[in-house]
Design a protein. Structure first.
Length: 114
C-alpha cells in the first residue's frame, strides 16, 4: 500500500487548508483512516479518524475546526482545516490502519503564520 498526501502549505492564522491522501490499497474502503501530525520537538499525535462506516473522531484542540472525510471510490481521505492557528503548524501524515499493520504517507508540511 502506498499513500500519497498533498495539500499542505503556508497560510495565515484564521485561514484554511485542505489536505488529501490517496491510497493504492485494495482494502481502503474497509479500514479506518487517520490523520496524524508532528510538530518540531513534539511527539506525533492523532488528529482525526474516520472509520469504514463513516463515523469520525477528533483530537480536542481541532474539534469544530477540522473535518475528516473519505471518498472510497477515489480511495482518498481528506482533512478540511479551518480557523487555523499557529499551533497547528506541523507535518501532517495520513495513516491507513489495518489490524496487522499500519501504512503511512510521506507527510505534508502545514505552516500557520501569526
Amino acid at each position: 500500500v502506498q499513500l500519497q498526501a498533498f495539500g499542505g502549505g503556508l497560510v495565515q492564522a484564521g485561514g484554511s487548508l485542505r489536505l488529501s491522501c490517496t491510497s493504492s490499497g485494495s482494502m481502503f474502503s474497509s479500514v479506518p483512516m487517520h490523520w496524524y501530525r508532528q510538530a518540531p520537538g513534539k511527539q506525533r499525535e492523532l488528529v482525526a479518524t474516520i472509520n469504514s462506516d463513516g463515523s469520525t473522531s477528533y483530537e480536542d484542540s481541532v474539534k469544530g475546526r477540522f473535518t475528516i472525510s473519505r471518498d472510497n471510490g477515489k480511495k482518498t481521505v481528506s482533512l478540511e482545516m479551518n480557523s487555523l492557528k499557529p499551533e497547528d503548524t506541523a507535518v501532517y501524515y495520513c495513516n491507513e490502519d489495518h489490524d496487522f499493520y499500519e501504512y503511512w504517507g510521506q507527510g505534508t508540511q502545514v505552516t500557520v503564520s501569526s
